[in-house]
Design a protein around this ligand. Sequence first.
Ligand code: PHE
Length: 360
Amino acid sequence: MTDIAELETQTLAAIAAAADEAALEAVRVGALGKKGGISALLSTLGKMSPDERKTEGAKINALKDRAAEAIAARRDVLQAQALEKRLSAETLDVTLPVQETGQELGRIHPISQVMDELTAIFADMGFSVAEGPDIESDDYNFTKLNFPEGHPAREMHDTFFFAPGEGGKRKLLRTHTSPVQVRTMLSKAPPIRVICPGRTYRCDSDQTHTPMFHQVEGLVIDETTHMGHLKWALEEFLKSFFEVTSVKMRFRPSFFPFTEPSAEVDVQCRRQGGDIRFGEGEDWMEILGCGMVHPNVLRNCGLDPDKYQGFAFGVGIDRLAMLKYGMSDLRAFFEADVRWLTHYGFRPLDFPTLAGGLSG
Ligand code: PHE
């Protein structure tokens, strides 16, 4: 029979000599594992007489406990040593620039930014946001807006038509956001005060025109609103948007089938080389059409023109973005060039608010 005291001495010496956790684990298996020395001793108990078993059993179990305790204590020491060693070897250079995460590298497109900005401004003036589909009926895009059948104004819009569907009716890509005026008047009772930002489409492409572009429609209908209110609302909007105390704007008489009287509004700018600057110079840029809602449109939308009146406007969002942020070619907006977006884009978590600043 192995001498218990000797086995204890050997085991404790091996534990103390274990240089790392792996070596210690090998010692544990060698002593306390299924085939370990102490386990082997325990298995000899079955062959002993009851008296012997009592005294020997107690001794072997005490040895087992002491060995287990010694292993646990040694493990704590080894773990502390390993941590100490790692900490003294590892260094951290706090002067290194922090790498931006994917989320921080992302940029908000100037169009989205401008939409958020103008929504914040009009919301502050008491407007809510309405939306309509990009694929419209001819009825909402033209007929209800007082474009007579076959009227040349329909052609002026360079419309993208779909192939005729059932009943020979053609759907189209809306050429302006004005059909949302119709949808709003058909679904809401006055007083109405909405803006409708969205995509619009015309078959046109040059430095200031793209086949898909963006507009924000405005519509106010009640019993007292007049042209003075329209002028005031637009002026306030432009001042807030361009973050200036006054804007130079020019109202030119114009024609739209759905407003009477109608006007187009230009703002002052300077074009020089590839640059465009707002508020200075001798050039003008047309940014919106507007007017008092035509009585025929009110009638077509179920409102009594003898009772209700109001104004509407349609602003080119892309033009606003070009003027505010100095981008001269509209086509670059839609080329998805990451370098352009990195330069002109906005940080994703800088939301425009009137209180916190629109453009950061
Ligand atoms: N829908 C017109 C356009 O796209 C703009 C406009 C809107 C004019 C509302 C008057 C009133 O040209």
